[in-house]
Design a protein around this ligand. Structure first.
Ligand code: CP
Length: 329
């Protein structure tokens, strides 16, 4: 794909060679993310960071990634702080704000809304999550993390065994991750959820269409038994009709240290896009896993900086200039 000036809206845009390109640039960003080196390559550039749904990681790491490349960040958070609350259209908002920014990141509760916004924008737009549809940068950082964790165990992506657990119906991160896994060979996917929150059929069909082995289960112990990665997700309460409806599913698939020790292989990596639900009797990943060295959730969040720095550098076509505008700390 041609990265320069591109909108990043869906994982469908990426071929395997594109993923390798993003990951290679992400690797090169590490000294800057660790503040061993400083670059001013995006000095004078402005990121419009527009989040119309709550976010900690995606919003802040987009902003930090842009700052680490030397750029400035202007944020809009929530509809109430935007003229959208007065009835302004996405089209008008995009036309206006793209005049103020060099690139825009956006999260919005409606599926397809970020693509609609991008169609009107005069600068590249990166999807930070559109409803239950996609979260492409999360899938990229998830895959980057899986690759690193597997390399540390002498393994490659091909032949990966992964279980996705929880709310697979509304969880946009697992939707994007499934799409991404179709680019690799011979992946074994176990989908563990209540039947009502199953992975959409079209994504199961996509996985099977490239020859991946897909097992569908509502049994956590069975699902996590023989996998390299156990990827847990939160019940996406905000997508349900009511909190009471979400409560009927909360706490159904809880992974804790005792269950991990009993059912997982000793090296199984535990992932979660976060946030995890910390409410008593509801948390899908118990705090007693925090000392487990295979818990990769915070390494995952850290990798978000590298991957988002890489995407900014690629989309704004400054990859080759990052080092020229840099100094050691
Ligand atoms: N993983 C993720 O999207 O987290 P936030 O909702 O905090 O951005």
């Amino acid at each position: 794909m041609e990265f320069t000036g591109a909108d990043i809206l869906s994982i469908e845009q990426f071929q395997r060679s594109d993923i390798e390109r993003v990951f290679s640039v992400a690797d090169a960003m590490e000294p800057y993310a660790l503040r061993k080196r400083v670059t001013r390559v995006l000095e004078g550039a402005i990121l419009g960071n527009m989040f119309f749904e709550p976010s900690t990681r995606t919003r802040v790491s987009f902003g930090c990634a842009f700052n680490l490349l030397g750029g400035e960040v202007r944020e809009t958070t929530g509809f109430q702080s935007s003229a959208i609350a007065k009835g302004e259209s996405l089209y008008d908002t995009a036309r206006v704000l793209s005049g103020y920014s060099d690139v825009i990141c956006m999260r919005h509760p409606q599926e397809g809304s970020v693509a609609e916004f991008a169609a009107a924008s005069r600068v590249p737009v990166i999807n930070g999550g559109d409803g239950s549809n996609e979260h492409p940068t999360q899938a990229l950082l998830d895959l980057y993390t899986i690759r690193k964790e597997m390399e540390g165990r002498g393994r490659t992506m091909d032949g990966l065994r992964i279980a996705m657990i929880g709310d697979l119906k509304y969880g946009r991160t697992v939707h994007s991750l499934c799409r991404l896994l179709t680019l690799f060979d011979n992946v074994h996917v176990t989908l563990v959820s209540p039947p009502e929150l199953a992975m959409p059929n079209y994504l199961v069909d996509r996985l099977r269409s490239v020859g991946h082995d897909v097992v569908i289960s509502d049994d956590l112990a069975h699902g996590i038994g023989h996998v390299d990665i156990a990827y847990a997700t939160r019940i996406q309460e905000e997508r349900f009709h009511s909190k009471e409806e979400a409560d009927t599913y909360r706490g159904r698939f809880r992974l804790n240290q005792a269950i991990y020790t009993q059912y997982c292989e000793p090296n199984t990596v535990i992932m979660h896009p976060l946030p995890r639900d910390s409410r008593e009797d509801a948390n899908e990943l118990d705090n007693d896993l925090n000392q487990n060295p295979n818990l990769a959730i915070f390494r995952q969040a850290d990798n978000g900086i590298l991957v988002r720095m890489a995407l900014f550098a690629l989309v704004l076509d400054v990859v080759d200039q990052v080092d020229k505008h840099a100094r050691d700390v």
